[in-house]
Ligand binder design. Structure first.
Ligand SMILES: Nc1ncnc2c1ncn2[C@@H]1O[C@H](COP(=O)(O)OP(=O)(O)OP(=O)(O)O)[C@@H](O)[C@H]1O
Ligand SMILES: [Mg+2]
Length: 330
């Protein structure tokens, strides 16, 4: 186990100037290009993470927010030991993750919403048994945890169904169980709600919140959905183009930068722009379709007045895009 001089036992995760540069081989086009590449390889460099530093205490649930390609997954992969950084250091529970010691692996887990860790052709229960062997989970702990997790996620009846036959939400619930059977002290959730329907999203969120409170597992959660972060995390780290732009209380971020929501309406009959302007700022207007921004606090009342004033075919209320929140911070 290697420790940095500043290593503090209260911190579950300590990250200092962590940097990752991906190098990928670029092949020139055509045969001439192939020959040229053969003799002189050209590399394209992409600095995905640029000197990131932060600390997370044991038991904290921290949200990591950032646009596509911001460097979230790359950061979590380094903290999981799946990637070695180009420079900088990190300690997770005192371990350097990319040294991949067995003691480290037994105490952490990563779930990636975009990637399946279970076996497609087998029921989840079979994959769990393998985890039991790999992590050497004692029989009684295993049974207790499996039963408890499955009940809380309301998935007990699906554990013996082939994974390929499960819905996306059911699969994610099984992924979560698989990652928690060995009771890790640190858990990384990379977009655990991506693509899930609203009900499954809520179930997964509620579970994560309660699990974090009860078990005091340290959790970093990334998401594209502002509402995931809103509902789960007091603290949020905003990462943009590989660098941290904000690290602090979510309420400060929201109060300072995101005071509006967006209402999109589709109307049966065209409405002139000035008529819609009394509801808020009209940011997009085609006679039958418009986007209106209005203060968060009044959004339900404003949506109700739109519905009563116009013949509305469809109405949705959304958060401002994360990209915009991030732009405001810069
Ligand atoms: N294996 C790789 N080789 C080269 N470049 C990569 C590789 N993986 C990621 N990148 C690049 O590094 C940058 C950061 O990617 P990363 O996946 O960490 O972003 P992210 O914040 O997780 O994005 P998303 O929200 O889309 O998941 C992107 O520009 C991406 O294209
Ligand atoms: Mg990602």
């Amino acid at each position: 186990m290697s420790h940095s001089p500043s290593h503090s036992p209260q911190n579950s995760i300590e990250v200092r100037s962590l940097t990752k540069i991906y190098r990928s081989h670029v092949k020139q086009e055509g045969l001439a290009g192939s020959l040229k590449s053969f003799f002189k390889r050209e590399y394209k460099e992409r600095q995905a993470v640029k000197g990131v530093s932060f600390e997370i205490r044991q038991g904290e649930l921290v949200g990591m927010l950032g646009a596509n390609g911001a460097g979230k997954t790359t950061t979590l992969k380094m903290l999981s030991g799946l990637l070695t950084p180009t420079s900088g250091d990190a300690h997770v529970m005192g371990f350097v993750p990319w040294e991949r010691s067995n003691d480290f692996k037994r105490q952490f887990a990563i779930v990636m919403g975009q990637r399946n860790q279970l076996w497609w052709d087998l029921p989840a229960a079979d994959a769990f048994l393998l985890n039991k062997e790999i992590y050497r989970i004692p029989e009684s702990d295993y049974r207790k945890r499996l039963q408890n997790l499955a009940e809380r996620l309301n998935i007990t009846d699906k554990l013996h169904v082939q994974v390929r036959r499960l819905s996306l939400g059911e699969r994610m619930k099984c992924e979560l169980i698989g990652s928690l059977l060995h009771a890790p002290r640190v858990l990384f959730l990379d977009e655990p709600t991506i693509g899930l329907d609203v009900i499954a999203q809520k179930a997964v969120r509620d579970f994560i919140r309660e699990y974090n409170r009860e078990s005091e597992t340290t959790i970093i959660l990334t998401s594209h959905y502002m509402s995931d972060i809103e509902e789960l995390c007091e603290r949020v780290i905003v990462i943009d183009d590989g660098a941290i732009k904000f690290d602090g209380a979510l309420r400060d971020l929201v109060a300072g930068y995101v005071d509006e929501k967006i209402i999109t309406i589709v109307l049966r009959d065209a409405a002139p722009k000035h008529e819609l302007e009394r509801f808020g700022t009209v940011t997009e207007w085609q006679p039958e379709r418009a986007q209106i921004r209005a203060p968060r606090g009044q959004i339900a009342a404003i949506a109700a007045s739109i519905l009563s004033a116009h013949d509305v075919v469809d109405l949705t209320i959304e958060e401002v895009p994360i990209e915009e929140v991030i732009r405001k911070i810069l």
